[in-house]
Ligand binder design. Structure first.
Ligand SMILES: [Zn+2]
Length: 76
């Protein structure tokens, strides 16, 4: 009978512990999952006319190129 009471107390403590753990954690301040990217400046390749972001283009004076090959071909 003594063990039954002990078991009941342990079970009650375990149930209370589980109940406390089950409470949802505070909502974390998280950034929105997919914020739209900032609009990029687009430039056209002076050789083939393809449009690409300015920071990916090869800029020579005021002309932009999509790749080094087009920059060299246009320089000739
Ligand atoms: Zn090009």
């Amino acid at each position: 009978m003594k063990y039954l009471v002990l078991f009941a107390v342990l079970a009650l403590a375990y149930a209370l512990w589980r109940q406390q753990r089950r409470t949802p954690p505070p909502v974390q301040q998280s950034r929105p999952p997919s914020a739209p990217a900032a609009p990029q400046d687009m430039v056209a390749c002076a050789h083939c006319g393809v449009h690409l972001p300015r920071d990916e283009a090869i800029t020579l004076d005021t002309r932009h190129y999509c790749c080094a090959e087009h920059q060299q071909r246009d320089a000739r």
